[in-house]
Design a protein around this ligand. Sequence first.
Ligand SMILES: NC(=O)c1ccc[n+]([C@@H]2O[C@H](COP(=O)([O-])OP(=O)(O)OC[C@H]3O[C@@H](n4cnc5c(N)ncnc54)[C@H](OP(=O)(O)O)[C@@H]3O)[C@@H](O)[C@H]2O)c1
Length: 401
Amino acid sequence: MGKAMIIGCGGVAKVTIHKCCQNSEVFSEILIASRTKSKCDEVKAELEAKGVKTIIHTAQVDADNVDELVKLIESFKPQVVVNLALPYQDLTIMDACLVTKTHYIDTANYEPPDTAKFEYSWQWAYRERFKEAEITALLGCGFDPGVTGIFSAYAAKHYFDEIHYLDILDANAGDHGYPFATNFNPEINIREVTANGRFWENGDWVETAPMEIKRVYDFPQIGEKDMYLLYHEELESLALNIKGIKRIRFFMTFGQSYLTHLKCLENVGMTSIEPIDFEGKQIVPLQFLKAVLPDPASLGPRTKGKTNIGCIFQGVKDGKPVTYYVYNVCDHQECYHEVGSQAISYTTGVPAMIGAMLVMNGTWQKPGVYNVEEFDPDPFMDALNKWGLPWVEDFNPTLVP
Ligand SMILES: NC(=O)c1ccc[n+]([C@@H]2O[C@H](COP(=O)([O-])OP(=O)(O)OC[C@H]3O[C@@H](n4cnc5c(N)ncnc54)[C@H](OP(=O)(O)O)[C@@H]3O)[C@@H](O)[C@H]2O)c1
């Protein structure tokens, strides 16, 4: 029996809210607080019509404003704040959690709005303050980052003495029927995929041009897909937390239509985050682009097909070489029928609920700021099977060249 405050009411938050309501024994009361209160009220009405047991409150909040957040947290008194707004709000929400001594969870690391650069340094700088306040901050508790870190901790705990190589593979074979749309917040998504690629090798970062490294992989239950090496935020924490690791790479699949549109938009300057003058007003091209693209939340009913996200590990156990692939396959339409969202939001929103549950019930509480792989993975792995993201193991997978 506990109270959680969820900030944001977009694609991912909607899934977490549905899942909290399915798990009403843990989440007896939730507060949905976001910039546009009408969206929170719509989700509340939808769930109340289904007769859920969780008591749902809603509120308007500007999560860039620490004082507003503090007032809201003080009046609702949740055990945990789940940040499902945008990465730009991470620090203000962490500040409010410090003032009110409330546990904190998010799914994406801080990114300053005016620089397309994300890294953990800003949030890791809160370690001492969270320790002193005796509260837990759980960073990056979506799928990737999130479950990919939990898979890594699970592999290290059960199957390896040392992991030497890790490839994280994120495949989306979903088709929404649009020539170009992004599966989650377009601004965050495009900033991520237009940045240089980067991977960890022999104690250092190796940088590549965007989409420079391409591989083809035959994904279980999905088939052959082109995938491209990207920098992804969990690489930073996993490079520190997996002892003895020699190389970590992250690959994501993209279809040709997506890449052709993206190149064209980039070439004409539409993906830029530099403000420009337009009819006497300053606008950011990428934010304008977001306004004309389909809302990711609207893709749910249209998207058919599956996602497959997982990790391939190579290393040694008892002196013998071991290879291990663990992945989840998620069906867009099944997600839509269950919670009204496609699989990208689903695979992020479910781990956020599980993380909130484990922090609330004390299983994953330790004062300070932590990435998911720093906790015991077993209760999380059990919960993934229970709450809609079952995983599959393969001890003889095809390796990525
Ligand atoms: N780890 C993973 O696997 C993973 C995968 C996908 C996404 N993510 C992360 O999940 C988060 C949510 O993504 P999404 O696709 O759900 O995004 P979204 O649909 O754009 O939703 C964002 C929500 O945050 C609200 N918001 C934005 N700024 C706010 C502010 N200043 N104050 C209060 N509310 C604010 C928005 O309000 P409005 O409704 O008014 O716009 C919206 O409801 C992002 O941080 C994203 O990077 C993580």
